[in-house]
Ligand binder design. Structure first.
Ligand code: NAP
Length: 185
């Protein structure tokens, strides 16, 4: 199962102004690409706060919504709400015949998947706007290398960056970085 993280980001590195920010700022070209990629994969995975900003399942693809309270959401043919771990979710999707899935945020759920080193690649669209403050792509410190494999430009000055993740087994874990002594302190 290949997991691709797809994120729109401002030129100053924000994915939203706040947790309830409706994503109406990314423009038509980004939305078209997101639709193509998620329908192509057949499944889009997101956190409950992101789902709440959208308000309904995206049509034509399975929407997997991660929440600790799945009972809050009515199930439907293309909506699966779950409190399962990322590993279990991916294994269930594989059992259903999916070979790839798009991870679509937000920051909290991105962190859950990256901590488990389950993200294979990442497509970032840089939208030519600035927020100054807001949410980053991850909600906690992270440690992974990236290799840039492709770039392209979309209408409206949107830049697309495609990276693969490099998980170096020798790279220190986040916990060891968090606890490392600060040089000179
Ligand atoms: N720019 C972009 O491309 C992009 C993409 C996606 C989202 N966004 C933005 O990101 C913002 C939302 O991001 P966010 O970080 O606040 O929220 P999020 O990642 O979408 O969802 C977080 C929620 O997931 C549930 N959760 C967290 N850990 C869990 C676990 N271990 N197991 C099960 N459920 C868990 C919790 O909700 P429960 O109370 O339901 O358990 C938590 O509040 C929105 O503004 C959205 O528009 C931007």
């Amino acid at each position: 199962m290949k997991i691709t993280l797809v994120m729109a980001m401002t030129a100053d590195g924000k994915i939203a102004r706040h947790g309830a920010h409706f994503p109406d700022w990314t423009g038509k070209a980004d939305k078209r690409m997101f639709k193509q990629m998620t329908i192509g994969a057949g499944v889009v995975i997101m956190g409950s706060r992101t789902f709440d900003t959208i308000g309904k399942p995206l049509p034509g693809r399975l929407n997997v919504v991660i929440t600790r309270h799945p009972e809050r959401y009515p199930s439907s043919e293309n909506l699966l709400c779950t409190a399962d771990s990322p590993e279990i979710i991916l294994s269930r999707l594989t059992d259903r015949g999916f070979t790839k899935a798009i991870l679509a945020g937000g920051a909290t759920i991105n962190s859950l998947f990256l901590r488990a080193r389950l993200i294979d690649d990442m497509v970032v669209t840089i939208i030519p706007v600035l927020f100054g403050q807001g949410l980053s792509m991850f909600s906690e410190p992270m440690n992974a290398g990236l290799e840039l494999i492709d770039t392209c430009k979309l209408a409206g000055g949107v830049l697309v960056l495609h990276y693969t993740f490099i998980y170096d087994p020798n790279m220190p874990s986040i916990d060891s970085i968090d606890n490392a002594p600060i040089p000179g302190a």
